[in-house]
Ligand binder design. Structure first.
Ligand code: NDP
Length: 446
């Protein structure tokens, strides 16, 4: 890095103890140099200097009362990163690991991802270090209500529209939306991922996992390949993993593994997804109970071992940095030739360098998992129209959007990186161009 090294140095100096944020910024900046060489006016206008600094960061106390009557205190976050092309948009994550660094890395990535969708949405992200695991429905509701009591002051259908992420699914969105409506006395599309009877969009639940497979399908076809008959390993067993498993199977693949934060299951006969949905979506149990009813399946404690399973295609759909350089080496040595990221930043920068060096088919998260937020934007659109599209209509739009993203990332990669298959550079650059143009046109406040 030459042109942008001073920007990166200032990010490091200004944001100490934020390793995930540093990692996400570095991954983007190292691909943007050829763009800035063609656009010196963007350097003069400080576009990248401004891009790495969130427009607004909100941190707040979230007090709530547990089932024993004790007061609990969590920390809430909302980072409104960039609104150059539309209202801030990005999920809420409830997980004990959540801190400002994680929310900022997610918010930063969201800027480029949202731009890639071609829809008018800016980048933001939020969440809390609250752990929903093991909590009663009443405790979840109490927490969500307290969280929204503060968050409601900062969001709005034309300002900032949060959605779900890890630990935030339909139940949590319901409690959050109910509290927003109570406080504001308005029925607007302030959250996405809503229930189907009260403003939600058909196919939103499936969208990230399906979109990942649609994107991969385009990438595989570009190399004369397909999902048909291929062995696939998917990490996670949450929203993204379940619907990636469903679509990959529909496209002819055999998915042999899934995981949660405790360990992974391997089923040589192919994952029985109906059983997984019952375990995870209905009973909210751990993935290991799958082996109680599937005699050929095995369960192994610990997460990283999942990458030692031989496969053609790997779809990491759990969390950040789940594939490090060592896991990447094992995966590739065992014959894996395509990786599509359903989770956000699931590969370390060292792992990505290896994928690029070995020239495997690699679909980075910003492009490959953009189907979720794209469908959230379609939900916003339906809310504005007070109208809803059928499942087939939304799914067709999602499929077209994922193809568009693949095409624009491929084109940007060819034009600026001289390698149409380098979708890391392609996704970053295609996402950046639209935001940079908008920021430049909108000027700087004197
Ligand atoms: P869920 O909460 O539905 O599922 C998360 C899954 O990942 C669970 O199986 C969980 O296991 C596992 N997991 C979570 N944290 C860890 C960890 N530290 N180590 C190992 N496994 C872990 O979340 P989603 O499926 O919605 O999100 C998964 C990923 O996809 C995230 O990176 C998210 O940011 C990204 N994403 C999600 C979108 C969406 O629309 N939902 C859109 C775009 C990206 P356990 O149950 O044990 O915690």
């Amino acid at each position: 890095m030459k042109l942008l090294q001073p920007v990166y140095d200032s990010v490091l100096a200004r944001n100490p103890n934020q390793p995930e944020f540093h990692q996400a910024v570095y991954e983007v900046l190292q691909t943007l140099e050829p763009v800035l060489e063609k656009h010196p006016e963007w350097i003069k206008a400080g576009i990248v200097d401004r891009l790495v600094e969130p427009e607004r960061q909100i941190m707040f106390r979230v007090p709530w009362i547990d089932d024993q009557g004790n007061v609990q205190v969590n920390r809430g976050f909302r980072v409104q990163f960039n609104s150059a092309i539309g209202p801030y948009k990005g999920g809420l994550r409830f997980h004990p690991s959540v801190n400002l660094s994680i929310i900022k890395f997610l918010g930063f990535e969201q800027i480029f991802k949202n731009s890639l969708t071609t829809l008018p949405i800016g980048g933001g992200k939020g969440g809390s270090d609250f752990d929903p695991k093991g909590k009663s429905d009443r405790e979840i509701m109490a927490f969500c209500q307290s969280f929204m009591t503060e968050l409601s002051k900062h969001i709005g259908a034309d300002t900032d529209v949060p959605a779900g992420d890890i630990g935030v699914g339909g139940r949590e969105i319901g409690f959050l939306y109910g509290q927003y409506k109570r406080l504001r006395n308005e029925f607007t599309g302030v959250l996405t991922g809503k229930g189907l009877g009260w403003g939600g969009s058909l196919a939103r639940t499936e969208a990230t996992g399906y979109g990942l497979c649609y994107f991969m399908d385009n990438a595989l076809k570009a190399h004369g390949k397909s999902f048909e008959g291929k062995t696939v390993v998917i990490s996670g067993s949450g929203n993204v993993a379940i619907y990636a498993c469903e679509k990959a199977t529909q496209l002819g693949a055999k998915v042999v593994a899934l995981s949660d934060s405790n360990g992974y299951i391997y089923d040589p006969n192919g994952i029985d997804l109906a059983a997984v949905k019952e375990i995870k979506e209905v009973k909210r149990q751990r993935i290991k109970v799958y082996v109680d009813t599937h005699k050929d399946a095995t369960y192994t404690e610990g997460c990283r071992g999942i990458w030692t399973i031989k496969c053609d295609i790997a779809l990491p759909c759990a969390t950040q940095n789940e594939i490090n350089e060592e896991s990447a080496k094992i995966l590739l040595d065992n014959g894996c030739w395509a990786i599509g990221e359903g989770a956000n930043m699931p590969s370390t920068n060292e792992a990505i360098a290896l994928y690029l060096q070995k020239k495997i088919i690699f679909a980075p998260a910003k492009a490959a998992n953009a189907g979720g937020v794209a469908t959230s934007a379609l939900e916003m659109c339906q809310n504005s129209m007070r109208y809803s599209w059928t499942f087939e209509e939304v799914d067709a739009k999602l499929k077209a959007i994922m193809k568009d993203i693949f095409d624009s990332a491929t084109q940007a990669a060819a034009e600026y990186a001289g390698d149409k298959d380098n979708l890391v550079a392609g996704a970053n650059i295609a996402g950046f161009l639209k935001v940079a143009k908008a920021m430049y046109a909108q000027g700087v406040a004197y």
